[in-house]
Design a protein around this ligand. Structure first.
Ligand SMILES: Cc1cc2nc3c(=O)[nH]c(=O)nc-3n(C[C@H](O)[C@H](O)[C@H](O)COP(=O)(O)OP(=O)(O)OC[C@H]3O[C@@H](n4cnc5c(N)ncnc54)[C@H](O)[C@@H]3O)c2cc1C
Length: 454
């Protein structure tokens, strides 16, 4: 008799796992049932800000594989609009509720993939019935926001609360929709995924786009009129808001796992081994899990699509009878605001401190191309290295064209535990349209190596 695999969550983590398992095991060997709460499978949440900002079309364009394709070509029983409400490891079954009809069903499993992702953080002041307050995680969230922006009365003012990368991307999207946008951030600078000195450059770019950036400001409440949000009340005054975006980060959807006795770590993410196994016949992947930071050696929560896809693939290969492991992360991420690109990898200064490293930093300002070449623009590179050994611990790059992807070279150096001295001699590509003769990465490595030797 075929084994049954039940998958909770129909996006990156869940469907990567299901697809890999199917590739290795035919329908007679493995029955696959997928529960997805929303309307879509295998979609790009990463594309939501660009869809909201009318840079790309959607939602169909953001869907990699539709449920009909999974049903017809992958022989999966995909149940949309079905929310799993409980996992019973003893009885080896899940309980699911049809979101539209309320009907409750039970589904037995031999293998379980737990991949319900994460939810935007919603502080007490954001809990209530006011319409016009949005977190962004799923394609359905993006669709709801677009409906609101297109509705009547047309929203004219927006407040984005929280200056993480999703907040920054959404603020830009709303500017593109001609809204008057204010960002409120408790910290001294937006983009807390880079050090504050680099965040200051992001702030400059945001202000340049006409975004009113208020830092060091805390939100206390929301105000509304006729059931719609109308203002955000902060400790520094009241800001008009026809729409509010919560950009305060996300929390792993690990409550079901915790209730079922699946281990949840201090970061709030499900704990897995290297093969993405969270228990006997239980696998987990994506925004619901914690992972290993290869630089600090600590468990971290890094909810990114790039990891969710890889982790799901690893789980699926193992379910399919193969062998695969997820090696952990070094903390690489890129984004942009207007034409300013931002990349980071490894530890920030505060992470290096928390991990107990004694470190040095160096920051260089150079250009993305030869200074005389058309389109040459400024680029700032910051590096953090261990003082005793000179090992690279982290790097950040902020600048115009081709800044963000320079972080990949730095990520590879970090992954391979190179020292900044070694990096300063790296054989990187040079031609005037792509770099100055001394690439900013090489200059930064050299300067950091000097700081190590001092
Ligand atoms: C606006 C935005 C921009 C982003 N940009 C980037 C980027 O540029 N680069 C990057 O690497 N990452 C980015 N990410 C993060 C990336 O989208 C996520 O890391 C990725 O989607 C995680 O995949 P997942 O499958 O683990 O979780 P999700 O994408 O959250 O999918 C989980 C699915 O499970 C469903 N679900 C939840 N609970 C249940 C339940 N109880 N029963 C049934 N179904 C359930 C949900 O409806 C959802 O469809 C971005 C995210 C957002 C929101």
């Amino acid at each position: 008799m075929a084994e049954k695999l039940v998958v909770i969550g129909g996006n990156a983590g869940g469907m990567s796992a299901a697809s890999q398992a199917r590739k290795r095991r035919g329908r007679d060997d493995l029955e696959i049932v997928v529960f997805e709460r929303g309307h879509f499978t295998s979609y790009s949440s990463c594309g939501i800000p660009y869809w909201v900002g009318d840079v790309v079309d959607g939602p169909d364009e953001l869907v990699t594989r539709r449920p009909e394709v999974f049903r017809a070509e992958y022989a999966m029983d995909v149940r949309l609009r079905h929310e799993v409400t409980a996992v019973d490891l003893g009885a080896r079954r899940v309980t699911a509720r049809d979101v539209d009809t309320g009907e409750v069903t039970h589904e037995p499993f031999d293998q379980l993939v737990y991949a319900p992702g994460a939810s935007p953080i919603r502080p007490d002041w954001a809990v209530g019935d006011l319409a016009g307050v949005f977190g962004q995680q799923t394609l359905d969230d993006g669709a709801d926001l677009r409906d609101w922006l297109a509705g009547e009365p047309a929203p004219r003012t927006a407040v984005v609360v929280g200056g993480g990368y999703i907040g920054v991307e959404m603020a830009e999207a709303l500017v593109r929709r001609d809204l008057q946008v204010t960002m409120v951030e408790k910290l001294p600078q937006p983009m807390s995924t880079v050090d504050p000195d680099m965040g200051a450059l992001v702030r400059e770019a945001m202000c340049g786009m006409g975004i009113d950036v208020r830092t060091g400001v805390a939100v206390e409440a929301l105000a509304g009129k006729h059931g719609r949000v109308s203002a955000v009340v902060t400790d520094a005054g009241r800001l008009p808001a026809d729409v509010v975006i919560l950009g305060l980060g996300v929390r792993a959807n690990s409550a079901l796992a915790r209730a079922a006795g699946i281990p949840v770590g201090p970061t709030g993410g499900v704990v897995t081994d290297r093969r993405m196994r969270a228990g006997d016949g239980v696998w987990a992947a994506g925004d619901c899990v914690e992972t290993l930071n290869r630089v600090s050696g600590r468990p971290v929560y890094v909810p990114l699509g790039t990891h969710a896809n890889k982790q799901g693939r690893v789980a699926g290969i193992n379910i399919g009878g193969g062998y695969a492991t997820f090696p952990g992360v070094v903390g690489t991420a890129v984004t942009k605001v207007c034409d300013l690109e931002v990349g980071r990898t490894g530890l920030l200064e505060r992470d290096a401190e928390a991990a107990g490293f004694d470190f040095v930093t160096a920051t260089v300002r150079s250009t993305n191309r030869a200074g005389y070449f058309p389109g040459a623009a400024g680029m700032t590179v910051k590096m953090i290295a261990e003082r005793r050994t000179g090992r690279l611990l982290g790097a950040q790059v902020v600048g115009r064209a081709e800044a963000a992807k320079r972080i990949d070279a730095l990520a590879i150096a970090l992954w391979n535990e190179m020292t900044v001295e070694e990096m300063s001699g790296l054989d990187l590509g040079y031609a005037p349209p792509y770099a100055p003769v001394w690439d900013p990465v090489l200059i930064a490595a050299r300067k950091t190596a000097d700081a190590v030797q001092r």
